[in-house]
Design a protein. Structure first.
Length: 123
Protein backbone atom coordinates (compact mmCIF):
# COMPACT_ATOMS: atom_id res chain seq x y z
CA UNK A 1 0.00 0.00 0.00
CA UNK A 2 1.38 3.37 -1.02
CA UNK A 3 0.85 6.32 1.26
CA UNK A 4 0.97 9.78 -0.22
CA UNK A 5 1.99 12.75 1.92
CA UNK A 6 1.57 16.36 0.88
CA UNK A 7 3.88 18.91 2.43
CA UNK A 8 3.45 22.65 2.33
CA UNK A 9 6.42 24.93 2.65
CA UNK A 10 5.81 28.52 3.61
CA UNK A 11 7.30 31.23 1.47
CA UNK A 12 10.13 33.04 3.29
CA UNK A 13 9.83 36.72 2.30
CA UNK A 14 12.62 37.99 4.54
CA UNK A 15 16.00 38.62 3.00
CA UNK A 16 17.62 38.31 6.44
CA UNK A 17 15.69 36.49 9.16
CA UNK A 18 17.97 37.63 11.97
CA UNK A 19 17.45 41.35 11.51
CA UNK A 20 13.71 41.77 11.85
CA UNK A 21 11.02 42.88 14.22
CA UNK A 22 7.60 41.30 13.72
CA UNK A 23 4.53 41.52 15.91
CA UNK A 24 1.09 39.91 15.94
CA UNK A 25 -1.79 41.94 14.53
CA UNK A 26 -5.43 41.48 13.67
CA UNK A 27 -5.81 41.19 9.88
CA UNK A 28 -9.16 42.03 8.30
CA UNK A 29 -11.10 39.89 5.86
CA UNK A 30 -13.01 42.74 4.20
CA UNK A 31 -12.29 43.04 0.49
CA UNK A 32 -10.39 39.75 0.23
CA UNK A 33 -11.52 37.64 -2.72
CA UNK A 34 -12.07 33.93 -2.24
CA UNK A 35 -10.11 31.50 -4.40
CA UNK A 36 -11.60 28.61 -6.40
CA UNK A 37 -11.94 26.58 -3.19
CA UNK A 38 -13.72 29.34 -1.29
CA UNK A 39 -10.71 30.20 0.86
CA UNK A 40 -9.61 33.77 1.51
CA UNK A 41 -5.86 33.83 2.01
CA UNK A 42 -3.74 36.98 2.08
CA UNK A 43 -0.25 36.00 0.87
CA UNK A 44 3.00 36.58 2.70
CA UNK A 45 4.68 39.78 1.55
CA UNK A 46 1.43 41.74 1.35
CA UNK A 47 1.63 45.26 2.73
CA UNK A 48 -1.01 45.88 5.41
CA UNK A 49 -2.11 49.00 7.21
CA UNK A 50 -4.97 51.14 8.33
CA UNK A 51 -5.88 54.44 9.90
CA UNK A 52 -5.37 53.15 13.47
CA UNK A 53 -1.90 52.06 14.56
CA UNK A 54 -1.81 48.45 15.72
CA UNK A 55 1.20 49.40 17.85
CA UNK A 56 -1.00 51.76 19.89
CA UNK A 57 -4.27 49.79 19.77
CA UNK A 58 -4.21 45.99 20.05
CA UNK A 59 -7.77 45.87 18.66
CA UNK A 60 -6.87 47.76 15.45
CA UNK A 61 -7.67 45.79 12.29
CA UNK A 62 -5.14 46.02 9.47
CA UNK A 63 -6.13 45.49 5.85
CA UNK A 64 -4.36 44.75 2.60
CA UNK A 65 -4.29 47.57 0.07
CA UNK A 66 -3.67 50.34 2.59
CA UNK A 67 -0.43 51.48 0.98
CA UNK A 68 -0.64 55.15 2.05
CA UNK A 69 -1.29 53.97 5.64
CA UNK A 70 1.12 51.03 5.49
CA UNK A 71 2.22 49.72 8.87
CA UNK A 72 4.11 46.61 7.84
CA UNK A 73 4.36 43.49 5.71
CA UNK A 74 2.83 40.07 6.38
CA UNK A 75 5.54 37.56 7.22
CA UNK A 76 3.34 34.53 6.52
CA UNK A 77 0.11 33.82 4.66
CA UNK A 78 -3.00 34.73 6.66
CA UNK A 79 -6.22 32.77 6.17
CA UNK A 80 -9.20 35.09 6.73
CA UNK A 81 -11.83 32.71 5.34
CA UNK A 82 -13.70 32.62 8.66
CA UNK A 83 -13.24 36.35 9.28
CA UNK A 84 -10.52 38.49 10.82
CA UNK A 85 -7.44 36.51 11.86
CA UNK A 86 -4.14 37.06 13.61
CA UNK A 87 -1.10 37.50 11.41
CA UNK A 88 2.56 38.35 11.92
CA UNK A 89 3.46 41.82 10.65
CA UNK A 90 7.07 42.77 9.91
CA UNK A 91 7.58 46.32 11.16
CA UNK A 92 11.36 46.35 10.68
CA UNK A 93 13.42 44.21 8.35
CA UNK A 94 14.55 43.38 4.86
CA UNK A 95 12.01 41.93 2.42
CA UNK A 96 13.11 40.20 -0.78
CA UNK A 97 10.42 41.00 -3.37
CA UNK A 98 11.77 38.21 -5.64
CA UNK A 99 10.25 35.79 -3.11
CA UNK A 100 6.76 37.27 -3.40
CA UNK A 101 5.89 36.76 -7.08
CA UNK A 102 2.12 37.30 -6.71
CA UNK A 103 2.43 40.52 -4.69
CA UNK A 104 3.40 43.95 -5.96
CA UNK A 105 4.75 46.50 -3.49
CA UNK A 106 3.70 49.99 -4.56
CA UNK A 107 5.84 53.10 -4.36
CA UNK A 108 3.34 54.53 -1.83
CA UNK A 109 3.87 51.51 0.44
CA UNK A 110 7.64 51.76 0.10
CA UNK A 111 7.46 55.43 1.00
CA UNK A 112 5.22 54.76 4.03
CA UNK A 113 7.60 52.10 5.31
CA UNK A 114 10.87 53.88 4.44
CA UNK A 115 13.43 53.53 7.21
CA UNK A 116 11.51 50.59 8.68
CA UNK A 117 11.23 47.96 5.97
CA UNK A 118 13.75 47.77 3.15
CA UNK A 119 12.55 46.12 -0.06
CA UNK A 120 15.03 44.59 -2.50
CA UNK A 121 14.90 42.15 -5.40
CA UNK A 122 17.51 39.36 -5.42
CA UNK A 123 17.09 35.98 -7.09
Amino acid sequence: MTVKHDFISENQVLGNVQHKVALPALIGSTGVTADNFGRKVIPAGTVVGGSTSFLDDSQAVLSAGQDANAQGVLEHDVDVTAGNATGTVIIFGFVNTARIPNVTVSDAAKKSLAGKVTFFNRQ
